[in-house]
Design a protein around this ligand. Sequence first.
Ligand code: SAH
Ligand code: SF4
Length: 344
Amino acid sequence: MKILSGMSLKEIEELVLSLNASKFRAKQIHNWIYLKSVSNIDEMTDLSKQFREDFKQVAQVTDTKIKVKQVSSDGTIKYLIEYPDGECVETVLMRFDNRANLTACVSSQIGCAVNCSFCATGKRGFIRNLSYKEIIEQVLTIQRDTGLKITNVVFMGQGEPLLNLDNVLKALDIFNNDFQIGARRITISTSGIIPQIKKLAEQELQSTLAISLHASNHAVRKEIMPIENKYPINDLINALKYYVEKTGRRITVEYILIKGLNCTLESAKELAHLLQGLKCNINLIPYNPVVKTGYQKPSNNEIMKFKYLLEHSGKKVTVRLERGSDIDAACGQLSGKAGGKANE
Ligand code: SAH
Ligand code: SF4
C-alpha cells in the first residue's frame, strides 16, 4: 500500500499513470493532500467514483494516527502522534489571538541525545531519527484535524534538528514547495552543532536559524548544556557570524531565564558584550517547569530588568509567550508520554 502523505507531485504522477489514469489527476490529489488535507481518498470529490475505488486498492492517505489530543485553555493544541512502529512524538499547534499566523511546532527526532539539564525531551535520551515523511506528517495531522492551513513552522519540538539534517532539509523543501509555506516562515532551532551550522550556511537558506544559547559564558553554559564541552560558546558565536555572512539572515538567539543561574545583571551585560558583533534578535524564554530539575523561573520584575538591560545594547529583545503549559506543551516540556506530566 502506498502512503500519499510525503509524496511529491512527480511520485503521485507515476502512481496515477500506473493505474492508466490521466496525469492531471495527480495535481488534484496533491492539492487534496497538502492544501485541503483530507484524511481519506473518498473525500477527494473531484475524482470519479470509479477511480477512487481503484485508487483505494493501491494507496491510502496516511499510516499514522492521533493517539492523544489535548487542548489548552489558551487554544494551543498538543497531539501525540503514533507512527506504524508504535513510537510516538508530539507536535503542537500554536495560535495567538492578535495574529493570523498558525504555527506548527514540529519534532525532528524521538527523544534527544543532547541532554540539556532543563529539558524534558533530553531526560528521555535519544530513541531514533524521524524520516522527512514523519516530520511533514505532523503538519498534515494538524491540518487534517483542524481543517486549518498552517502558515509557519518551527523546529522546536522534540529532538536536535541539526543531528538529523538530511531529513530536516528534505522536510523544509516539502514545506516550501508542496505546502507553499515560505522559507522565511520556517525556523530551525539548534543547541549549536557547529559543523552542521556551517553546512546549513552553505545552503544559503532563507529560513531563520534560532540558537539555544542560554548562557553568557563557557562555565554557565557547560553546567546546563553538555554540548558546550564539544562546541564551546566562542567558536559557536564565530560559526553564527559565518552563517549571517553567508545567508544575510538575522539569527534568533534563544535564552532561557533560570532563577539564580543566568539572569543576573552581570549576565545581561556579559551577554550584550558577547553578541555585540552578531546580527541577531534575542528571545528570552522564562523557564518552564520540568520534573526533577530543581530550577525555577525568575520573577516578572527580574525578567523585565534583564530585558531592559539587554535592550540597551541596541538589540531587539522579546519575551516568549508561554503557550500550552497547562497541557505540558510549552518549550522543553515534550517527553513523548501520553498524558504524562513533565512537571510532576
Ligand atoms: N533541540 C533544539 C530544538 C528544540 S527545543 C534546541 O534545543 O534548540 C526548543 C527551545 O525550547 C530551545 O531553545 C530549548 O532550549 C527550549 N527549552 C527546553 N527546555 C525548556 C524549558 N524547560 N523551559 C523553557 N525553554 C526550554
Ligand atoms: Fe535536545 Fe533541545 Fe532539549 Fe537540549 S533543549 S535536550 S537540544 S531538545
